[in-house]
Ligand binder design. Sequence first.
Ligand SMILES: [Zn+2]
Length: 102
Amino acid sequence: MSTTKTRTKPTRTTKPKPAAVWRNAFGQTEVSLNHPDAHVSAPARNCACRQCAVHRAWYCKRLVEHNVARLYEIRYPSGGCGRVAVGANATDEMRDLMEGED
Ligand SMILES: [Zn+2]
């Protein structure tokens, strides 16, 4: 008499729920507290821990830098690099030094 038992792998009867993801007021992705990326790779929703605060601060800093770069591109459409604009009260020596002689 043989006592070997064969067991089949159980099949999943329900689909796994998709990971919950939200956007905060700045457009940053926030995940649920149970998400594997929570606190480490992304801020968790409604979490006030230091890691999530740093994630939010870095996102806001990048957002501000991006907008400053866009404003600079609007103000100086030709690139604006290589030349320095001096004020009206600059001396002639300073103006020649900063603007160069073309
Ligand atoms: Zn957190």
